[in-house]
Structures are given as C-alpha cells and as structure tokens.
Design a binder for this molecule. Structure first.
Ligand SMILES: [Fe+2]
Length: 251
C-alpha cells in the first residue's frame, strides 16, 4: 500500500468512527492499541463476582450470531461489567454478601455513592447472564406449558408476542433491552429498558431479554438492528424461557 493510499484509508476509517457506538468504539480502540506493556497493566480486580462461562462455543450460533461478536460480547463486554461491579462494591460492608440479582432488585437500598455504578454493572452482569442462557442452536422454537398459556392470555398468540417484542426492541433509543417479564401474579408484559436497567428493579421477573446494544450486533449487522433481531429470534431457546417462568411461578 503506497503512502497516499494509506492516508486515504486512515481518513476513511476516521470518518466512519462517529457512526460506532461509544462502547463498540472503546473496544475497537483497545483492540487496536499496541500490547507492548502488559507488565504495566493493573491486575484484574478481584471480588465476589465472576464471569460465568458462555456454556457453548463462540461459533455455536453461527451464522445468526457471529463468533467474533460472541467472543467480544462475552469476554470483553460482560467481563467489564463483572470487573467494574467488583470495583464498585469493594470494601463496602453495606452490600457484602449480596448477590448480583439482589443488588439490582434492591437498588434503592444500595448506598447512593455507588448506586449508579451498581445499576450499570450489576445490571450488565445479570442481564448478560440471562441472555447467554436464553440462546441455543436448534433450541425449542416455541414456549411450552404454563408459559405458552400465559402468552396466549396476555398477547393473544405467540406470534403476537414476538411482534410486540421486536417492536419494543426496535424502538429502544440508543442502548438497552426489550424484555418479556412476569409480575408477581405471573402476568406477562413486554417492557423496554435503557442501558443495563433490569426489570428486577421494577419488581418484575425477567424471562427473556433482547440485547439491542450495538456491541451485540454492529460487527455483523452494522446499523441494521431489525436484521439482527430476525437472526436472534431463530436462536432463542424457548425451553429455557419456559423453565424460567415455571421457576418464577414456584416462587
Ligand atoms: Fe450486551
């Protein structure tokens, strides 16, 4: 590549950067940075929370969800939520022994000075843990048992639920999630949330979350969120979602 071509390529690359979401850009920048000084990097924070394994290969959901996105999403983004959550709660006796779910559910009782960090990072940890365990290659294509009946009651049909979920996901402005959630009586609703907010904070039980942060799809789908959602819906394991509802009903 001659110098003029190289400069042009760099200029085009720089022009494209504002199109990327902030979190996607941060990862790209980190990936592009020279890894010359590993000894100077701070040690990984330790704490009560750890990154759960993905549970399947990064390429297990190809071609719907590409391996590179899955690896970055799990190993970098989810890991960052865990690390930052550990930093936020380090040395804080007020929340010692709390689970990540409890931190999100009882957010109002978390000390005010760490509440924003806990909201973002415990939320990110809990939301992604649920997300990974909702996906499967060749998983159940339809809900079963109590959940199937509850869906019919709340939305009229499974297809109507999927349409409503996709509309909620498509309508999230910026980063966030669309959820299928149950209230204390088992009634279902579709709710969007911004950033890493969880239905748990609203007293709901999340059953399925559609991650519409750009980090979930930008590498493969760029700005085509509806295409990502169409691919994502084919790898949702409705057996896992049905089991979650069954557990919620048991209390
Ligand atoms: Fe995500």
């Amino acid at each position: 590549m001659d110098r003029r071509h190289a400069m042009k390529t760099l200029a085009l690359g720089a022009a494209a950067l504002p199109l990327l979401h902030r979190d996607a850009f941060a990862l790209d920048a980190a990936a592009a940075a020279p890894a010359a000084t590993p000894a100077a990097a701070p040690p990984a924070p330790t704490g009560p929370f750890s990154l759960p394994p993905l549970g399947y290969a990064f390429d297990a959901l190809e071609p719907n969800l590409d391996a590179q996105t899955m690896q970055l999403h799990h190993d970098k983004h989810h890991a960052a939520y865990v690390n930052n959550l550990n930093k936020a709660v380090a040395g804080r006796k007020e929340v010692e022994g709390w689970s990540a779910e409890q931190l999100v559910r009882d957010l109002a009782r978390v000390p005010e000075d760490i509440r924003p960090a806990v909201r973002n990072h415990a939320g990110g940890h809990v939301n992604h843990t649920l997300f990974w365990t909702s996906l499967k290659r060749d998983g159940a294509k339809r809900p079963a048992g109590e959940l199937a009946a509850a869906i019919d009651q709340a939305f009229g049909s499974f297809d109507a639920l999927r349409t409503k979920l996709d509309a909620a996901a498509a309508g999230v402005f910026g980063s966030g999630w669309a959820w299928l959630a149950a209230d204390a009586k088992g009634a279902l609703q579709v709710v969007p949330s911004p950033n890493q907010d969880s239905p748990l904070t609203q007293g709901l039980v999340p059953l399925l979350g559609l991650d519409v942060w750009e980090h979930a799809y930008y590498l493969k789908f760029q700005n085509r969120r509806p295409d990502y959602l169409a691919a994502l819906r084919e790898v949702i394991d409705w057996d896992a979602v049905s089991a979650r509802y069954r557990d919620a009903r048991k209390g």
